[in-house]
Design a protein around this ligand. Sequence first.
Ligand code: ATP
Length: 458
Amino acid sequence: MTEAPATNVTLDEIVALCKRRGFVFPASEIYGGIASTYDYGHYGVLLKRNVKDEWWRAMLDGPDRIVALDSAIIQNPRVWEASGHLAGFSDPLVDCRTCKLRFRADKLEDSACGRKPSKHPGETEECDLTEPRQFHLMFKTHMGPVEDDAAVVYLRPETAQGIFVNFKNVLQFARVKPPFGIAQVGKSFRNEIVTGNFIFRTREFEQMEMEFFVPPAEAEKWYERWIERRREWYEELGIRPDYLRARPHEADELSHYSSATSDVEYRFPIGWQELEGIANRGDFDLTQHANHSGEKLEYFDQATGEAGEAYVPHVIEPAAGVDRALLAFLVDAYDTDEVEGRRRTVLRLHPRLAPVKVAVLPLVSREGMPEKARAVYDSLRQRVGAEYDEGGSIGRRYRRQDEIGTPWGVTVDGQTLADDTVTLRDRDSLEQVRVPIVGLADELAARLELPWRSPKLA
Ligand code: ATP
């Protein structure tokens, strides 16, 4: 099978667009920034919210029983003892005595030698690497004003454990029985040794995780099903299929608790990289927390009465990163073309992901057009995310909307004042059609629900 050509956009182009249009920019910038930490501006927030909304929609409105949870970032430290994070949550690292740089021992092939960046660490004669050593990845802080050991707590390195420790609560309150899932979206923190590639790997990031509890005999079936579903989710949201793959882990990549894991990977400008991991975690987590807390974390099927047996459900976990998914959507959407002899940059985002759905633009800012356009904007904004813009030439305003990925543009012109019609412009085909203002909100809301395919595939 021949692979699709590598994506022709560079990460630098994405970083520049994000900065230029206020999607994402370095945190604490006026103080010189802080390593690999980013803030999201207006369009970044809207895009990120849409990614999360789509995830919630897939989880809560899908065919299975899945309930929502929002657990605390700081938990009792014993949670991390039970989960194994306190003991084992570390990546082996090597230092180079020559260039003084530090690398993840399992990622040497993705790293550049400090002296000769065209080579990997350990490949030149000068490289002098130490043996791999373990480092803690959890951020440590103190609860309460006195910094003594009793009050040491950690920022969660994943959202999943908050789900496991609430297993009993959810069973009780949500009246669920396996197979069922608990889903959570929230910030996680890892003191990663090697960060970089923009928002691909940072120390503070957001995760979308779902733990699906199943009868042990059904684990394999659900594992396969969730790999497929999660791959489809990215595809339905417009990622080109050739740039997406599910890759099963080799035996030596598996975590100690996992009998099988597959990654959904995207072909980033930096190569194939993980977007999401789907793991068959067995009964490891519930058993660990039961042993450490003394609480029974099992399911007893009352329908089978006396004959029924309590059992510890097995867990299938799709664990995704919000920021990483957002980066993949941006990379996959980024395109350039020529319109009327001028180069334009356009984000061909799925309309449901686009930060703004429709821009309302008066052709010129006089002759009553701005007032009319504002009225159109007001009639649309309750139904679909809309933006009003009257500053500058119409061409420049379109280019700005193209760069933030707005799928539709509505222009109010002289004819609008006479017959209450507007032109509706399509971001991708550039087709402009004349449509009545009446019914426009319904039309756009309906378009948002249609299946969508990246025009880059045409
Ligand atoms: P990696 O191998 O890239 O370090 P991981 O296998 O440790 O990732 P998981 O623990 O499975 O990651 O976390 C689930 C998801 O959370 C990842 O697929 C990724 O999308 C996201 N994620 C994990 N670490 C980071 C990070 N440092 N920055 C941004 N996203 C992250």
